[in-house]
Design a protein around this ligand. Structure first.
Ligand SMILES: Nc1nc2c(ncn2[C@@H]2O[C@H](COP(=O)(O)OP(=O)(O)OP(=O)(O)O)[C@@H](O)[C@H]2O)c(=O)[nH]1
Ligand SMILES: [Mg+2]
Length: 240
């Protein structure tokens, strides 16, 4: 069940630098592995939600909580440079949420997750979301021990981002094209963004959605339910 850490993935055409980058991230990857084992033993699916600032991560957490909280026990860790605003918004949707205030650091690191986990009620949790700091650059390099990395790309950001910030899309299993309700007003091509994302990462899945209109949210929730069930089924098989 142990996969290679996200930090070991390199963009095609770049040079792996064994004695700098990899070693700097070794401590992070060590803790990420401990988190992965803890989540495995507790049967919790962990999803790292990344994007630029303001792409709609917290709004999606709120909508997901409203739609799935009767079927799944969900908890959220949410990272921001300052304020507890996002955790308050998510708690208003009826699920447990804990804010990690990074105090200026532009990404979450595995050690922050490990520390915050100690204050969360993890018993019985099926799905743990980590809403990362809004930033398409730094969070890409830090494995948090997640099962899946999901990156939002809002229609308001422009459709050129996968090629400009490739590591984030290379290390993500899912791209959510968010704010699809605004497509009629913007020069944004979903086909172009999917093509570019798949040139960076041929395996990336894509859902186009809007937390405002509700488009794509059924597909998103079905994807989550399937992944939660698959993780539980794999754990049951392992004990037989
Ligand atoms: N039109 C439209 N607006 C949206 C949608 N989702 C979120 N928004 C708006 O976009 C703004 C940012 O949403 P957030 O959910 O706070 O974004 P975020 O990614 O959590 O932001 P940070 O945590 O600061 O990075 C808010 O004004 C939301 O109301 C959507 O699907 N459509
Ligand atoms: Mg947010």
């Amino acid at each position: 069940m142990i996969s290679a850490p996200k930090s070991s993935k390199n963009i095609r055409g770049t040079v792996a630098c064994d004695n700098t980058t990899m070693h700097l991230l070794q401590a992070n990857d060590f803790v990420a592995e401990a988190i992965r084992k803890e989540m495995h033993s507790r049967n919790i699916l962990m999803i790292n939600i990344t994007s630029s600032a303001g792409s709609g991560k917290t709004t999606l957490m709120q909508e997901t909580a409203r739609r799935l909280k009767d079927q799944l026990h969900i908890a959220v860790l949410v990272g921001d440079l300052e304020t507890e605003r996002d955790a308050i918004r998510i708690r208003e949707a009826g699920i447990e949420a804990l804010q990690i205030v990074t105090g200026g650091i532009c990404h979450l690191e595995a050690q922050m997750i490990w520390q915050a986990m100690q204050s969360l009620h993890l018993d019985g949790v099926d799905l743990l979301f980590v809403e990362n700091v809004g930033n398409l650059v730094c969070p890409a390099s830090f494995d948090l021990g997640e099962d899946y990395r999901v990156t939002l790309l809002a229609t308001t950001e422009g459709d050129d981002k996968p090629k400009k910030y490739p590591r984030m899309f290379l290390t993500s299993e899912m791209m959510l094209v968010s704010k699809s309700d605004l497509l009629p007003y913007l020069p944004f091509s979903v086909d172009a963004v999917v093509k570019d994302a798949r040139e960076v990462n041929p395996n990336i899945e894509v859902i186009t959605l809007s937390s405002t209109s509700g488009e794509g949210l059924d597909a998103w929730c079905a994807w989550l339910l399937e992944k939660v069930q698959a993780k539980k089924a794999a754990a049951e098989m392992a004990t037989v």
